[in-house]
Design a protein around this ligand. Structure first.
Ligand SMILES: Nc1nc2c(ncn2[C@@H]2O[C@H](COP(=O)(O)OP(=O)(O)OP(=O)(O)O)[C@@H](O)[C@H]2O)c(=O)[nH]1
Ligand SMILES: [Mg+2]
Length: 364
């Protein structure tokens, strides 16, 4: 401390006051600056919120055709409605369904039971020279990373042979799966965001493009789109590229189990509208959920038709149902015999008891 009577006192005092003022001014400036930034960010966030709200409002304003809503309800495609867990729950669900039926008509659609042949992995390609020979027709599944391509192939073939993950970027090469010896299903790496290097994504893109441009056996590309988000920028880039090729494409909206039915119908309308720009695209998107296995039969039929195996699959199903019938009849017959056998053994047992009694009598 400097004594107030010291000649240096005043000098130091003014200096420290100046310092204090400077420091305060600096912090004030900083505050103003940060305040300004926060105000700007507030404004921009309100602006984006407003835009978001208006986008959402626009989305809500879409009035989907009742036929789409009906299909969604009938195939149980959307997110299941929450019903109150109470003893009236089933009653509420029945009334709700009846109300919907009054509005939309009978909520039932014919679905053909079809199965795909047994699926096996037979080749993986990181470079075009590793593509296997072109022998049977092929259908390929493309889409953004983590959209659910691999899960969908599993659901379609009723298997778990294809590896899936909740982390984007699991499939890192073009994987070839043989469906019996009839056709191949091709699982592609995803485009867009993935936990991998930018170069690797560019490499995948080139690999996918080479496959699509050169593969003579490729019949159709299913572009898988997340039903919650619709067609994103990465999808548009890809669709633009596909538009220059002469291959048929079909959009499949997946993860439908995560979207409530009216929103799913709206998403369908938007995607259908967007598809008009792409000349090779089939104009109606399909809707599925790999998790709930809904909408799968329709997509199976589409695939089988594409690879010209629909009749074969129908015959296989007929054969299977005949076999199941025969087996049931045999089991029923066996069952009757077993029952008769039981009766026989019962009677044998009772005979045995009588014999035992007689034996005991003799012994006595
Ligand atoms: N709720 C729901 N989740 C799904 C569905 N399909 C896939 N998923 C989940 O989405 C995640 C990604 O699935 P994948 O099948 O691995 O996705 P992918 O498109 O093959 O991903 P990459 O190979 O990384 O491009 C997994 O956690 C799946 O369980 C669906 O229909 N519904
Ligand atoms: Mg995958």
């Amino acid at each position: 401390m400097v004594h107030p009577l010291c000649p240096l006192y005043n000098l130091i005092k003014t200096h420290s006051i100046n310092n204090l003022i400077i420091r305060n001014f600096a912090s004030l400036k900083e505050n103003i600056k940060s305040n300004k930034i926060s105000t700007i960010s507030n404004i921009s966030s309100t602006k984006s919120n407003r835009q978001e709200i208006s986008n959402r409002q626009k989305f809500r304003q879409i009035n989907p055709p009742p036929s789409i809503l009906k299909e969604i309800e009938a195939l149980k495609l959307g997110k299941p409605r929450k019903t109150k867990i109470s003893r009236f729950a089933t009653k509420v669900a029945i009334i709700g369904r009846k109300k919907l039926e009054n509005k939309l008509g009978k909520l039932e659609v014919e679905q053909e039971e079809l199965e795909l042949p047994h699926l096996t992995f037979f080749a993986g390609a990181k470079i075009p020279s590793s593509f296997p020979p072109e022998k049977v027709p092929e259908v390929a599944f493309v889409g953004r990373s983590n959209v659910g391509k691999s899960s969908l192939i599993n659901a379609l073939a009723d298997t778990t042979v294809v590896r899936t993950s909740d982390k984007p970027g699991l499939t890192r090469q073009i994987n070839f799966y043989a469906a019996g010896r009839i056709f191949n299903m091709i699982d592609m790496p995803g485009y867009g965001f993935a936990y991998v290097k930018e170069e690797e994504i560019t490499q995948w893109k080139e690999l996918i493009e080479t496959y699509i441009s050169t593969r003579k056996t490729l019949r159709k590309i299913f572009v898988i789109v997340d039903a919650r988000h619709g067609i994103k920028l990465a999808d548009i880039e890809f669709l633009e590229m596909l538009n220059k090729k002469s291959i048929e494409i079909q959009i499949v909206l997946t993860k439908c189990d995560m979207v409530i039915p009216p929103d799913l119908a709206r998403r369908y309308v938007i995607v259908k509208e967007k598809l008009k720009q792409y000349k090779n695209a089939i104009e109606v998107p399909l809707m599925v959920s790999a998790r709930k296995k809904t909408g799968i039969l329709k997509l199976r039929k589409e695939i089988l038709y594409t690879v010209e195996a629909l009749e074969k699959a129908r015959r296989a199903i007929q054969k299977k149902s005949i076999l199941i019938d025969d087996e049931r009849k045999i089991r029923e017959k066996d069952g009757n015999n077993i029952i008769k056998g039981k009766k026989k053994s019962n009677s044998r047992r009772s005979n045995g008891k009588k014999e035992n009694a007689r034996f005991k009598e003799k012994m006595n």
